[in-house]
Design a protein around this ligand. Structure first.
Ligand SMILES: NC(=O)c1ccc[n+]([C@@H]2O[C@H](COP(=O)([O-])OP(=O)(O)OC[C@H]3O[C@@H](n4cnc5c(N)ncnc54)[C@H](OP(=O)(O)O)[C@@H]3O)[C@@H](O)[C@H]2O)c1
Length: 254
């Protein structure tokens, strides 16, 4: 067995039509996995499938708003109808929500970021877990958290709170499903230039660069390998863990 071989494995990548999710998907297809992307935007979905196909990969995309449980269930059913099974699931879709101090946020704005970064993960994981249990199959669940879970995120308290919440979810699920052969882990990226960070202020961007041990931002290519590792049998003894990929941002002494 190749250490990182994903041949015959089927992976879901939510938010896989761009940014970090597409980087995960590229790593996964390069390792031989078949990949189903879930995202809302059909044009981005199609472009991502084209990019993965150009790499020689087998990929398909389904449109779904994962803040809605029914749409996640439909995307899951469509994935199983297409590939017959699911082995690996990256719950990566997410966003910052409205910026502002906590007292300025409406209940709807607070609820929206909970739905986007926490409830969407539950909507994604639930049918996958049921499916793995029904098959009696091992599996890998991976969520994209953020270093905001560790260091906070001023003016984005909902983001920091939800990215920390999924770490608790990860540890709980590692316990609940460990004896079923299912590993559950989290990736905490540092600053990477994507659509999500395109609205970041210059002050924030400069701070991220200053705090990087290498003096560089992370790149999307640097997210491919961690996805393959956590999806592969090489990580079978790792569960409930939170893996930081931030160029040293969170240990920088200033
Ligand atoms: N970039 C960073 O520096 C950084 C750092 C730490 C953590 N992260 C995390 O990494 C993940 C990916 O972010 P990114 O930086 O790659 O940003 P991005 O390019 O904006 O990607 C976000 C993805 O989520 C999808 N998405 C958003 N809302 C959705 C919804 N309601 N239902 C389904 N899909 C939805 C988007 O597709 P559609 O718009 O088509 O739905 C898109 O594919 C996020 O969870 C983010 O919090 C990013």
């Amino acid at each position: 067995m190749e250490l990182f071989d994903l041949s015959d494995k089927v992976a879901i990548v939510t938010g896989g039509n761009g940014g970090i999710g597409l980087a995960y998907a590229k790593g996964l297809v390069k390792a031989g996995a078949q990949v189903a992307i879930w995202g809302r935007n059909k044009r981005k979905n199609n472009q991502a499938v084209e990019a993965l196909t150009a790499l020689g990969g087998d990929a398909i995309a389904f449109a779904a708003d994962l803040t809605r449980r029914d749409e996640a269930l439909d995307a899951f059913q469509a994935t199983v109808d297409h590939y017959q099974k699911v082995d690996i699931c990256f719950a990566n879709a997410g966003g910052v929500g409205r910026s502002g101090r906590l007292h300025q946020l409406t209940s709807e704005e607070w609820q929206a970021v909970l739905d986007l970064n926490l409830n969407s993960v539950v909507h994604t994981y639930q049918p996958v877990l049921q499916h793995l249990l029904d098959r009696g199959a091992p599996g890998k669940l991976i969520v994209t958290s953020s270093i905001a879970a560790l260091v906070g995120a001023g003016f984005a308290s909902g983001y920091a709170a939800t990215k920390a919440a999924v770490l608790g979810l990860t540890r709980a699920l590692a316990v609940e499903y460990g004896r079923k052969g299912i590993q559950v882990n989290a990736i905490l990226p540092g600053y990477i230039e994507t659509e999500l960070t395109s609205n970041a202020t210059d002050v924030f961007r400069e701070a991220m660069l200053r705090r990087s041990c290498s003096g560089k931002y992370g790149t999307l290519e640097q997210m491919e390998g961690i996805a393959v590792f956590l999806a592969s049998a090489s990580s079978d003894f790792m569960t409930g863990q939170s893996i930081v990929l931030d160029g040293g941002n969170t240990i920088y002494p200033l």
